[in-house]
Ligand binder design. Structure first.
Ligand code: EPU
Length: 438
């Protein structure tokens, strides 16, 4: 239930919240826009105790109503007072256009959402209302076993740990639901982006507009072995394929052990390690096209390059069949250990997206960055790893903007000092602007 209310004075807020509480919904979530600097300053004490009946409060900046700002008075003033009063779930959101994201991501069935204020906070509630209508439809498509979340932070779903929110985060559990999602997005003109384990992604700080599909669980995580063929859904982890193959005495897939990705991303990017690449093992691919129609193709019918598979640019992989070869157990174990050892000794443990750049023909990118003396160089919390020059690590709380600036600095140095045009291998997606709704 979504309600907009004009309450902006502490007494009004208390009364409105009391009524909201009495409605008997699960929780009361509130977005509050303080009105006027002078009132915020004069009544800051009273505001502190006005929100006791709210389970969660997101406070935006002051709506000035023609007043000039008063230094030191902001939405934070109110949050500090609420916290002082002992309420633990109040937060300040200085970016007005993100208020609905903070509330929407915390939302659960049965909650009541209130927008409180005399300015324009109702706009944030309207956006939430419109997105909830779409979210309900997406829920109907993925069913009870699937999951739909609003404004899910993509920093939680990428190994680099940066990126703004996904407008609609959707987890289908089977091919039929994925196909229906593809058709729904087409019909509704909603952009659709598929994300796997997010280990090769740099999502910009504005997040991703539209539907972000994460095929996982259910059929997508299945791994079946028949003879020398291993069939795996796009949600299955590459590491699990390597170990399922070992258990079945199948060699040739040991290199997958070290890749922190799932099958879907590995197919889209033709991921590789230890001199091997995904499509060297693929024999067949089952995918859905842009109309949600299913197709099965043999390897030789697909266009595949180093770290890029154009056949999957506008199609959506569902599962693939990989071919192993019967091999002695000791040989498989030896190769698995060699892969682990290589990773342990040459790659950082810190949060990263794997290699940032494709290896140019002249020189491996890591070696080039090393020779340029750029290891350990940083922009904010984004830093070139001291272990491997082609890894940028997140030292904690880095932004996509910092990551992109560091990438740019490396590219410029490679071009001017060595005449080499570096190309990113990591996929850079999403919006630079935070206000994709406006
Ligand atoms: N090197 C340096 N300094 C460095 C890093 C590397 O001199 O800071 C040298 C190494 O000594 C080696 C050469 O550069 O002589 C190549 O380095 P490495 O053997 O580590 O392999 P890579 O080409 O950098 C590739 C893949 C990795 C994969 C490894 C291991 C690409 C872009 N990278 O790295 O894939 O894990 O081989 O098999 O093809 C990824 O795709 O995200 C990724 C990490």
């Amino acid at each position: 239930m979504l309600v907009d209310d004009y309450a902006h004075h502490p007494t009004e807020i208390r009364a409105t919240l009391k009524t909201a509480r009495a409605v008997g919904r699960k929780r009361v979530l509130t977005m509050f826009q303080p009105h006027r600097y002078s009132r915020t300053k004069a009544l800051h004490n009273e505001f502190g105790s006005a929100f006791d009946d709210a389970d969660r409060v997101v406070v935006t900046d002051v709506y000035p109503a023609n007043e000039p700002p008063i230094p030191g008075v902001s939405g934070q003033t109110i949050v500090d007072e609420i916290a002082k009063h002992g309420h633990r779930a109040a937060s300040y959101q200085p970016r007005f256009e993100r208020v609905h994201c903070d509330i929407g991501n915390a939302l659960d069935a049965g909650d009541l959402v209130l927008s409180l204020g005399a300015g324009n906070i109702h706009e944030q509630l309207s956006i939430l209302a419109a997105d909830l209508v779409i979210a309900e439809k997406l829920k109907a498509i993925v069913g009870a076993k699937g999951d739909v979340r609003l404004y899910e932070p993509l920093s939680k779903h990428t190994t680099l740990r940066v990126g703004g929110p996904a407008q609609f985060w959707v987890e289908p559990r089977n091919e039929a639901a994925l196909s229906e999602l593809i058709r729904f997005c087409r019909r509704e003109n909603l952009p659709l982006f598929v994300i796997g384990r997010g280990s090769n992604l740099l999502v910009r700080d504005g997040g991703i507009r539209g539907v972000v599909v994460h095929p996982s669980g259910g059929d997508f995580d299945k791994i079946d072995i028949g003879g020398e063929e291993i069939t795996a859904g796009v949600g299955a982890k590459l590491k699990e394929i390597a170990y399922a193959a070992r258990a079945a005495d199948l060699g040739g897939l040991e290199w997958m052990e070290g890749i922190p990705g799932a099958v879907g991303g590995a197919l889209r990017m033709n991921a590789g390690a230890m001199g091997a690449q995904t499509f060297e093992n693929v024999v067949r691919l089952h995918y859905l096209d842009a109309n949600g129609q299913a197709h099965t193709k043999n390897r030789d019918e697909l266009e595949v390059h180093y770290r890029n598979v154009p056949s999957l640019e506008k199609n959506y992989a569902v599962r693939a069949v990989f071919l192993g070869q019967v091999a002695p157990a000791e040989e498989i174990v030896r190769k698995l250990e060699a892969s682990q050892e290589k990773r342990r000794t040459s790659q950082p443990k810190a949060k990263s997206a794997g290699c940032i750049f494709k290896n140019p023909e002249k020189c491996p990118a890591g070696k080039l960055v090393d020779e340029l003396g750029l290891k350990n160089s940083s922009v904010g919390k984004a830093r070139v790893s001291e272990v491997h020059g082609n890894f940028i690590v997140n030292d904690g709380g880095a932004t996509a903007t910092e990551m992109l600036e560091l990438i740019d600095q490396i590219k410029r140095a490679a071009k001017t000092k060595r005449g080499i045009e570096l190309e990113t291998e990591v996929q850079i997606v999403g919006e630079s602007e935070p206000d994709w709704h406006l």
